[in-house]
Design a protein around this ligand. Structure first.
Ligand code: RIB
Length: 312
């Protein structure tokens, strides 16, 4: 079993502006909320923090603007022991921001303006390639330019570095990443876009996993289903691996905590089912606190939690 794995996250850094209230406003509706907070986020940076908390050595590749949010986001990475030297500062575009509404049940909706995350000068790809030296895994999401994701996924595959891809938010052009991807972790909305199938039940999620496996036999699909757990298709066997019931504060970082736990556990050499349990536990714990980066559990939290649920 390998310990001290090293990972690279190529992805987004956003400042999350989070409003918590009774309900998320519908189109045309104004609601009164009761709490506002600003917390470092972005799917890429959240995944980097989650991986670092779980014990991996992490390098983050991304872009921020030359502004206060950008400085805070880079600082948040270094406070979490992440190498942020591959996070470049864009003089012309502002740092990404995400407006997040959270309701009384912890559900959320997000509108993001990606700003500097979406600039793609050639040196960004060079930085990403350099960061992969000696890496055990690469994590990608859909909040940076598709061309960057496809190019770095292709490069990682050429170096036998497994690519874990969270295809969020959905984006039709990004499907080109599949050719270079080892593990795919959509939620059910993203999986519906990928497969064209309706996913309203865990059984339908299992069928969607089978459909993905038929179209992309080299990719292992894992469709995340919140407290239901995750639908997977692995070794010609599609099924649900159950999740954990916890008291939910908000679910903002759950998908990020899941893919981080999965990547680390697989990179350490654990078998697939154990890796899914570890990822489910990481996601479950992340929803018991507010925000994304602020809610990521550490290694001891996850191992203690698993010990109470799973008798080895
Ligand atoms: O996955 C959660 C993240 O999505 C938030 O932190 C927000 O920044 C958006 O990118």
């Amino acid at each position: 079993m390998k310990k001290n794995v090293t990972g690279v996250v190529v992805g987004s850094l956003n400042m999350d502006l989070i409003v918590t209230g009774e309900s998320i406003p519908k189109p045309g509706e104004t609601v009164s909320a009761n709490h506002f907070i600003t917390i470092p986020g972005g799917k890429g940076a959240n995944q980097a923090v989650a991986c670092a908390n779980l014990g991996a050595t992490i390098r983050m590749v991304g872009r921020v603007g030359d502004d206060n949010f950008g400085k805070e986001l880079k600082k948040s990475l270094s406070l979490n022991n992440i190498d942020n030297s591959f996070v470049l500062v864009d003089k012309k575009t502002s740092t990404g921001v995400a407006l997040i509404s959270v309701d009384k049940d912890g559900e959320n909706s997000i509108s993001a303006v990606y700003g500097a995350n979406m600039s793609f000068p050639k040196k960004q790809l060079e930085a990403a390639k350099e960061s992969l030296n000696g890496a055990d895994f690469l994590l990608l999401q859909n909040e940076v330019p598709v061309e960057l994701n496809i190019s770095i996924a292709k490069y990682a595959k050429s170096k036998n570095i497994p690519v874990f891809w969270d295809p969020a938010p959905s984006n039709d052009e990004s499907i080109g990443i599949m050719e270079f991807c080892s593990y795919l972790t959509p939620n059910s909305i993203e999986a519906e876009k990928i497969t064209g199938l309706s996913i309203k039940t865990p059984e339908q999620a299992v069928q969607a996993c089978e459909a993905i496996s038929r179209s992309y036999p080299e990719v292992i699909p894992l469709i995340t289903l919140n407290k239901e757990g995750v639908a997977v298709s692995f070794d010609s066997n599609a099924k649900i691996i159950k999740g954990f019931e916890v008291d939910v504060i908000d679910t903002i970082g759950a998908g990020d905590a899941f893919i981080a736990g999965l990547a680390i556990s697989i990179a350490e050499g654990n078998d697939f089912i154990n890796a899914c349990n570890f990822a489910n536990a990481s996601a479950a714990l992340s929803v018991t606190k507010q925000g994304a980066q602020t809610a990521m559990p550490n290694r001891n939290n996850v191992e203690d939690f698993l010990r109470t649920f799973i008798k080895f």
